[in-house]
Design a protein around this ligand. Structure first.
Ligand code: DGL
Length: 268
């Protein structure tokens, strides 16, 4: 039965695990196949065509492995490849950027006047967030900044140390000066250094990441499309990477709070 097939998720590396974590919390009975494209991380400074190509290959692989839905748990791939993926493949594909519009409908967020966005070069250049925000509310002003050093620092296993802190000061003080009300973590890796980001930002600035809003959107989609699993027991998580698993394993265990994770290396 289609409903009982797993959900496919992918990212360039371990960032998408933050989305998987939220999905697992919200939808414990669903099963997941996660692919971290560790052979090609980072996506953020590659050309758009290359990111599209990697995203297409992973999507084909997930479809071959019989998933019912794909979540592009990477803001970079979501911003440059989502349209071509949705055009090319029949399977439903959900990105991590458009769910922000649901958040802006909530009363608490209607008062927001200025939003800051951080992400990779590709995500910031694509202006994908600017489009989602101005479709909802043209009066919100937007300031954004690419933070290219965060992803390699995180993939290297430096989550919240002094190096991360000094890079965060370099990138984020700008947003305090700009007097933003909300900072969007426009890269699925960034929640891993949330503690550091919070320490640099002024206290009143709200922070939103893609994980929870995307998971809520997936839950809504499954319910409305009648695609939720009918199995009433904990789902299975399969983790796959396209290259070595050194830091990936450590972080996967930590993020998903599961010591028994099996991680497969695959060739795509
Ligand atoms: N986690 C990714 C994103 O959300 C990938 C960043 C990268 O590979 O550069 O953009």
């Amino acid at each position: 039965m289609k409903k009982n097939l797993p959900i496919g998720i992918f990212d360039s590396g371990l960032g998408g695990l933050t989305v998987l974590k939220s999905l697992k919390q919200l939808l414990p009975n669903e099963s997941f196949i996660y692919i971290g494209d560790t052979a090609h991380v980072p996506y953020g400074n590659k050309s758009k065509d290359v990111v599209k190509k990697y995203s297409q290959e992973i999507t084909k692989f997930l479809i071959k492995n019989k998933v019912k839905l794909i979540v592009v748990a990477c803001n970079t791939a979501s911003s440059v490849a989502i349209r071509s993926l949705q055009k090319q493949f029949k399977i439903p594909i959900i990105d991590v950027i458009s769910p922000l519009k649901n958040l802006l409908d909530i009363d608490e967020y209607k008062k927001i006047k200025k939003i800051g966005i951080i992400g990779t070069y590709n995500t910031i250049q694509s202006k994908a967030y600017d489009r989602v925000i101005s479709l909802k509310n043209k009066n919100i002003s937007i300031v954004s900044k690419a933070c290219p050093l965060f992803v390699p620092i995180i993939e290297e296993g430096f989550d919240n140390n002094d190096i991360t802190m000094s890079v965060a000061h370099e990138y984020l003080e700008y947003f305090n000066d700009e007097k933003i009300d909300l900072l969007v973590l426009g890269c699925t890796h960034y929640p891993i250094i949330l503690k550091t980001i919070k320490k640099v930002l002024l206290n009143h600035i709200k922070i939103v990441d893609s994980a929870l809003i995307t998971a809520q959107h997936v839950q809504y989609f499954l319910n409305t499309q009648n695609l939720s699993t009918t199995i009433i027991k904990n789902g299975v998580i399969e983790l796959m990477v396209t290259d070595k698993v050194l830091h990936f394993r450590k972080f996967a265990k930590h993020i998903l709070n599961n010591q028994k994770l099996d991680i497969k290396e695959i060739n795509i």
